[in-house]
Every structure is written in C-alpha cells, then in structure tokens.
Design a protein around this ligand. Structure first.
Ligand SMILES: [Zn+2]
Ligand SMILES: [Zn+2]
Length: 290
C-alpha cells in the first residue's frame, strides 16, 4: 500500500535539500567566494563542508527510508517467559516481545517502535533510529551552514563598495530569502526532533511506551546511547555503521507516576528555542549592519 502522505513528505525533503544545494553550492558560493574566476580558500572550505553534510544527510535519510526499521522476526517463544507476560500479534501471527509494537501503516510488528514518521515514510524503530537521528543532525548542520553563508554574503553586500549584482539577480535574491526562511524553520524543527530522540535514547523508552506509561529497566546513559547508536563513539556519526542487534527479551515495567526529571525535558526545549532565537538575532543583526 502506497502511503501518499509519506511519499509527499519524502518528495518535499528532497526538494528542500535540492533547493539548498542549488542556491548555495551552484549559485552563491561561485558568485561570492571567487576571485578572478577561481575559488577562494573560504569558497573551497564552504564547498567541501557543505557537500559533506549534504551527502551524509542524504545517506542517513535513504538508510532510514529504505532500511529495516526493526521488523520483529518470527522468533521461537522462549520458555523462560511467564504466561502472563506472553503477547501475541494476531495480524502478524507471531510472538510479540514486550518492546514490540504493531504499526498499522507498515502493517508489521516493529521492535522498539518510536513513531511512524512521514519524513522518512517509515517507522522509527530499533534498527533505524540511528539513521533517523543522524539525518536530523546533518540536516541541522546543512541549515546552519546555509544561514552562516547567507549572512556573510548579506554582510558583504552592505559593507563592500563593489556590489556583485548580475543581471537576473532578482530571482536569485528571492530564492536566497526563501532558502534562508526554510533553513531557519528546519533548523528549529530538527533541533526539537533531535532533543526528543536523544531524550528517548538516554531514557531507553520509546514514544509508544511513554504514551502507554511503560518503561524499560533503566541503565546508565552511556550504555543506552551505545545500544542505539553503536559501540564506538566515533562510529556514532557514520551512517554506515550499524547499531547492535536489539534485545527481544528486554522487559517493560509500569512507569512510576511522578517523573522527577520531567523538568529537564522542558528545559531542553527552552534551550533549543533560545539557541534558535540567538541564531536568528545574530543573523538579523548582521543583515542590518550597513
Ligand atoms: Zn504485528
Ligand atoms: Zn510504521
């Protein structure tokens, strides 16, 4: 079954990424970071760093989109499971481990299902949560670089005497303003989503489990990070390095009603908001320096 909403969001994702690449890499850097038709050192630097982040964002997205989100295999029911904890999925006709949830869009059982995400047209689960997190990180960096490059160009435009205005640049100007607005919006969006995913990982709890007021046994934060992102910290940032196999025997408990650390969660949101506001303020300030 084709999910129209998911396909539309995926198409939008690539349209936004293509807009960033087209405007920044193919228009603005060649126009503003060149001298006598040759790239300056700053131009080469921005070109390399921007394309690295863009490629990593696309690889992470493709892995999250096309990869296995954590489809629960048809496992033999272990004898050690008490009868009262035994769950069965009628739709998949198989044992449903405690941290498995059946996704009605994917029509499959998914281990550690967090949510079904239209941006990747797939579930976020045990096996692709890392790819999803990396997608958020690299899109955030692409947006940040876009805004830095845009604001330096705007600054030069108002401070340098020789303005590089070329014919037909009104279109480029409008496209640049639109790209900046999209970059700012997605920077905020990815920062919030990243904080939510990080919170879920360090608490070893999915969004589905949180809604059902269930929680897995608590482990040290670093161990939870390693279970979701991979054993080696350096490899956390590599979209090709796979996280460890999920533990289908992991039990769930009823979540205690009072969560003393809830305020930290909201502080995280506030920090995301402040960072974005500060970035906006600096960019606007740079734009208005004449
Ligand atoms: Zn199922
Ligand atoms: Zn799903």
């Amino acid at each position: 079954m084709v999910d129209i909403l998911g396909c539309t969001f995926v198409a939008l994702t690539y349209m936004f990424l293509a807009l960033g690449e087209g405007i920044v890499v193919f228009q603005l850097i060649p126009l503003w970071f060149t001298k006598n038709n040759e790239y300056t050192w700053a131009g080469i630097f921005w070109m390399i760093i921007y394309n690295i982040c863009m490629i990593l964002a696309i690889i992470s997205h493709l892995k999250a989109l096309l990869g296995d989100p954590g489809y629960t295999p048809n496992l033999q029911i272990p004898d050690s499971i008490p009868l009262e904890r035994l769950r069965y999925c009628d739709r998949c006709s198989q044992w449903k481990p405690e941290r498995t949830h059946h996704c009605s869009t994917c029509q499959r059982c998914i281990q550690k299902m967090d949510h079904h995400c239209p941006w990747i047209n797939n579930c976020v689960g045990a096996k692709n949560q890392k790819s999803f997190v990396l997608f958020l990180v690299y899109v955030f960096l692409v947006c940040l670089l876009t805004l830095i490059i845009m604001s330096s160009i705007t600054y030069w435009y108002f401070t340098r005497s020789s303005k590089r205005v070329v014919s037909g640049s009104l279109f480029l100007f409008i496209a640049s303003v639109m790209t900046s607005i999209f970059a700012l919006t997605f920077m905020l969006f990815t920062a919030i989503m990243f904080w939510e995913q990080l919170w879920a990982i360090i608490h070893n709890q999915t969004e589905v489990e949180e809604m059902n007021r269930r929680i897995a046994p608590q482990k040290p934060i670093f161990e939870n990070l390693k279970n979701s992102m991979g054993i080696s910290v350096i490899m956390w940032w590599n979209p090709f390095a796979e996280p460890p196999e999920p533990d289908y025997m992991e039990p769930l408990e009823v979540q205690p009603k009072t969560e003393s650390s809830t305020w930290v969660y909201w502080v995280g949101y506030a920090v995301c908001g402040c960072v974005i506001l500060a970035a906006t303020f600096i960019i606007v300030k740079v734009i208005w320096i004449k």
